[in-house]
Design a protein around this ligand. Structure first.
Ligand code: C3B
Length: 829
């Protein structure tokens, strides 16, 4: 108990100060010790990767100290805790982020220099922890950083997939998926807790048992799998607080299947047990449709059950009455993926803790909050009843019971409106009877959050209209945010230094609202010069990367125009590509003398397509086919380049975002729940070309319409436009670029046919044709602004200055105060 008394606290402080004063000395010694004792190499001869490992372990030691102190402090204070349940966390790399948050970046760099290594080079040795798909998963990671930095007593819970999101390899322009066995070389950022394990049960039957003169349900499970905890310490910035992301791995249970052993089938018995590990083996790579897969449901229950056993054990350590549970525990459901937690809490309270149903229900209604991240119907999970019945028979009964009480209550409120009752039911009667996980989450949560204002409006007026009318008080939204620590300080160190210099403080790293101070300087010519210099250096770094990876040489004086995100029809990468074809066609058809007027562009597109999403894969192929044509056309030269960046992930984003001049967020209005990429670009002074969708509407409020390039149909116009179908007018230019693709101008005629069909002949659901004209106009406006470098720089500074609202610190503070009811619990330094 090293921080038990003030005296030992003083000692810690002194030791820390000594460590800082000692420059790189202490770190250097630690690195060398780890080279010898952890990596088992000679301290006189080790390579970059070994140096990275030794450094990572030296940082980890420091993390562990803080983390222990934080956990002891939380235990002593026993505050209300927030448990953030998420099936996905996209953490990316940890080294740079950790040393920056711990405030030891320079010490580490100095120590390494003395040893003949460079920090940046070693940081590149680390692979990404890609335990998630896209925006939702990266949001969880950003929010963990904010929770730690703002001293909240928080735990993240998730799954420790052995295979993260697949690696994307482009062969002949097509996407191929390769497994991401990210744990191959060990993972210094996690701590295996062999003693923190819980049994998780599946299958079996439910029996009635006599109890107190009545009867009660008893689940007799058929299979047990062990969940082992792996803790990932998450350091806050400028605080000692270091919180836990606890990820569960599945291991075979110690309980022996006596029957197999006794029948002498030893080999099969062992092999069967080993199969248990498959539960946490692989992340589902489809970011929104995973209906009806048993393994997926197993993953969900596995992580929910282990997490709840852990949470309840922690509660029982210092409490004996479950009525206090809501005073001490807040459970956040990150999308519907962990919604089984609701049935599991009911089961534990009723079946294991023997609370009566109503008392348990009263507790459940106070502890859960739910955030939904989508408006797409296919994103709302449904679990076939048959599947649930076989895997978790008792949970199905509980869900039925919850639904029965709820529907009875509902009838009293709304009468016998059977259409509405059936829409609102947790159970869907259809060809396949299933459980609507979103309805379950809404019924049982005290708050239903959207992720932007626009999203929340859509939830209230369309997606969950019936529920909003019933329980308006439940509905709220917290506009997403991203952490400026990762997205400016770690990924754009030169901009970070420039901002601190001009603001005269580093305080913005924890208080990002201070960025607004840059507004006053937006016309300052000295700032302009330095700003442009920083941007140029970042563009050079990106250009080097592009060349190394694709062999394409790009000019840094061209405008770098970037669209990086998951490939989805609604995100409209196809609109971008068709716009590029149009630009190409214009250049080709131009008088030579006019070409000098063209603003040179480097168009950069990156993103993964779900392996089974055919159309998205065709979009990737089209991008590569168009790139092949343009990049090899001597007529075009540096006026236009198109680059598809393969294997887009967090680390690639850290490199690309600081080097972008313009970024595209061009989803059909009403489809992007929020978007968080736009916020990262904004922070880095990149101008946005965007539709008024998701969080962009709120960005407009902060920086003004004039400071970005807006286009496209508005959300309220979309339904009527869709209804027009084939009679909707589309510009000739659109038909003509689609024709080029159809006619095989870029090859692969047959392959692209179905892609073209998706946007023509009344099938253009995402309104590419309708929006094409205004898209081209927005692009022309961007060209015009880029030529005026002074104007562009001012807009860029104002973008960074206006990004303060989009920090996850603000989002988390709103959640803490309005939804979770938790307070900071700061560990003394
Ligand atoms: C995403 C949404 O598509 C984004 O608009 C949003 O910004 C983020 O979540 C974070 O809220 N999302 C996702 O990445 N995966 C899903 N299954 C659903 C939504």
């Amino acid at each position: 108990n090293r921080i038990e008394d003030d005296q030992s606290l003083e000692k810690i402080k002194k030791a820390l100060i000594d460590a800082v004063d000692g420059g790189g000395g202490e770190v250097k010694k630690d690195i060398l010790d780890h080279v010898e004792y952890t990596v088992a190499r000679s301290r006189f001869s080790f390579d970059d990767f070994e140096a990275y490992q030794a450094l990572a372990h030296s940082v980890r030691d420091r993390l562990i100290e803080r983390w222990h102190d934080t956990q002891i402090h939380f235990k002593k204070k026993d505050p209300k805790r927030i448990y953030f349940l998420s099936l996905e966390f996209l953490m990316g790399r940890s080294l740079s982020n950790s040393v920056i948050n711990l405030g030891i970046r320079d010490q580490c760099a100095d120590a390494l220099k003395e040893l003949g290594f460079e920090f940046e080079v070693l940081a590149e040795q680390e692979g990404d922890a890609a335990l998630g798909n896209g925006g939702l998963a990266r949001l969880s990671a950003c929010q963990m950083d904010s929770l730690a930095t703002m001293d909240y007593p928080a735990w993240g819970y998730g799954l420790r997939y052995q295979y993260g999101l697949f690696r994307q390899v482009i062969l002949d322009g097509y996407q191929h998926e390769q497994p991401d066995y990210w744990l191959n070389f060990g993972n210094p950022w996690e701590i295996e807790r062999v003693h923190v394990t819980y049994p998780v049960k599946f299958y079996g039957t439910v029996e009635d048992e006599n109890f107190n003169g009545g009867s009660r349900k008893v689940w007799l499970p058929g299979e047990t799998v062990e969940a082992v905890a792996y803790d990932n310490p998450i350091p806050g910035h400028g605080t000692r607080n270091t919180i836990t992301l606890r990820l569960w791995a599945a291991k075979p249970s110690d309980q022996i299947d006596m029957e197999s052993y006794n029948t002498g089938d030893y080999i099969n018995a062992v092999v069967n047990r080993q199969r248990a590990e498959t539960i946490s083996s692989v992340l589902y790579p489809d970011d929104r449709s995973y209906q009806g897969k048993e393994l997926r449901l197993k993953q969900q229950y596995f992580f929910v059950s282990a997490s709840l056993q852990d949470i309840i054990r922690r509660f029982k350590d210092s409490h004996s009455n479950f009525d206090d549970f809501p005073e001490k525990v807040a459970l956040q459901l990150n999308d519907t993926h962990p919604a089984l937690a609701i049935a599991e809490v009911m089961r534990v309270l009723v079946d294991e803790e023997h609370l009566d149903w109503n008392r348990a229900w009263g507790i459940v209604c106070k502890i859960f909050s739910f955030t939904t991240h989508t408006v797409l119907p296919e994103g709302l999970e449904k679990v076939p009843v048959d599947l649930l019945e076989s895997l978790l028979p008792r949970h199905l009964q509980i869900i039925y019971d919850i639904n029965f009480d709820y529907i009875e209550e509902l009838k009293k409120r709304i009468g016998l409106d059977y259409d509405r009752l059936s829409r609102m039911s947790i159970v869907e009667d259809g060809a396949v009877k299933s459980i609507r996980m979103a309805n379950l989450a809404i019924v049982c949560s005290h708050t239903v959050n959207g992720v932007s204002r626009v999203h929340s409006e859509l939830l209230k007026t369309r997606v969950f209209k019936d529920f909003y009318e019933l329980w308006p008080h439940k509905f709220d939204y917290k506009t997403n945010g991203v952490t400026q620590r990762r997205w400016i300080v770690v990924s754009n160190p030169s901009l970070s230094a420039l901002i601190s210099k001009w603001l005269g403080t580093e305080a913005w790293i924890r208080d990002v609202g201070l960025l607004a101070g840059l507004q006053e300087q937006a016309a300052n010519v000295d700032l302009h010069e330095e700003w442009r210099m920083v941007r140029k250096v970042n563009k050079m770094r990106l250009a080097e990367y592009i060349e190394a990876m694709s062999g394409i040489k790009v000019s840094v004086s061209a405008m770098f125009d970037v669209q990086i995100k998951r490939i989805h029809e609604y995100k409209r990468q196809l609109l971008n590509i068709l716009g590029i074809i149009h630009r190409y066609d214009c250049i080709k058809n131009m008088e030579r003398s006019d070409r000098t007027k063209v603003v040179p562009r480097v168009c950069i597109i990156g993103g993964k397509a779900a392996p089974g999403y055919e159309i998205a894969k065709k979009i990737i192929k089209l991008c590569n086919a168009v790139a092949e044509k343009i990049n090899n056309d001597p007529d075009v030269g540096d006026l236009l380049k198109l680059v598809f960046i393969p294997d887009y992930n967090v680390s690639v984003a850290e490199l690309v975002i600081p080097g972008a001049d313009l970024s595209q967020h061009i989803s059909t209005a009403g489809h992007e729940a929020s978007g968080t990429g736009n916020m990262k670009f904004l922070m880095n002074g990149c101008l946005l070309l965007a539709t008024e969708d998701g969080s962009t509407a709120e960005i407009i409020e902060e920086i003004g319409e004039d400071n970005m390039f807006l286009f496209g149909a508005k959300m309220h116009e979309v339904p009527a436009l869709r209804e027009k179908g084939p009679t909707l007018k589309v510009p000739l230019q659109f038909a003509s670029v689609v024709r080029m693709v159809r006619d095989g101008y870029f090859g692969f005629r047959d392959y692209f046919e179905s892609l073209c069909d998706k946007v023509e002949g009344g099938n253009d659901f995402y309104l590419l044709g309708y929006d094409f004209q205004s898209y081209l106009e927005a692009q022309a406006a961007a060209d015009k602004a880029f030529v005026d470098q002074e104007k562009w720089t001012r807009m860029s500074i104002l973008s960074t200055a206006g990004s303060g609202r989009f920090s996850s610190d603000r989002t988390i503070e709103e959640y803490a105060e309005k939804t979770w009811g938790i307070e900071p619990c700061k560990c003394p330094f």
